[in-house]
Design a protein around this ligand. Structure first.
Ligand code: HEC
Length: 135
């Protein structure tokens, strides 16, 4: 291997690692619930109201993300979508509640005494809701 090739190889692998580091490891996600016909009103609203609503509602919702209605959840955080309808594994909201991305854990790590992490079953229901079309 010439020095030039070595340098190039190093540069490419460093770049690749950086690119992968930015991607959340979706293999760590709890599986979607098997339940059919998951809806916002019946299944999701109770979870959101208990664990997210307090911070993500009112005049100045945290992260400019409102969770008071299904429509607002689908609008996203400050105009950026956090739910990719039909694909929970690619949805930022799921990455956040599953603690996949450092500094974007939801509820925030330092507030977990009052707002505990969602359970695997709750995350599974959120995933099923998104995968089934966010009805
Ligand atoms: C104790 C307050 C609090 C609670 C409870 C809370 N959040 Fe957040 N959330 C925040 C804050 C603060 C931000 C802004 C963080 C930032 O911009 O770095 C935020 C930002 C977000 C974002 C924007 C993108 C991101 O990941 O930073 C999403 C999505 C989100 N929250 C989802 C949720 C969900 C879903 C729940 C309920 C399971 C929840 N949050 C509960 C305070 C909270």
């Amino acid at each position: 291997m010439t020095t030039k090739t070595l340098i190039l190889t190093f540069a490419v692998s460093t770049f690749t690692m950086a690119a992968f580091a930015a991607e959340p490891d979706i293999s760590k996600l709890p599986p979607a619930a098997k339940k059919a016909g998951v809806t916002f009103d019946a299944d999701i609203k109770p979870i959101i109201e208990k664990s997210c609503l307090k911070c993500h509602s009112g005049e100045k919702p945290k992260g400019k993300f409102r969770v008071d209605t299904k429509e607002n959840i689908l609008k996203g955080a400050d105009g950026e979508k956090v739910v990719e309808v039909g694909n929970s594994a690619k949805s930022g909201m799921i990455h956040a509640v599953a603690d996949l991305v450092a500094d974007e854990e939801m509820p925030p790590l330092d507030k977990r005494d009052k707002y505990p992490a969602l359970t695997k079953d709750q995350i599974g229901l959120l995933r099923a809701w998104i995968d089934q079309g966010a009805k």
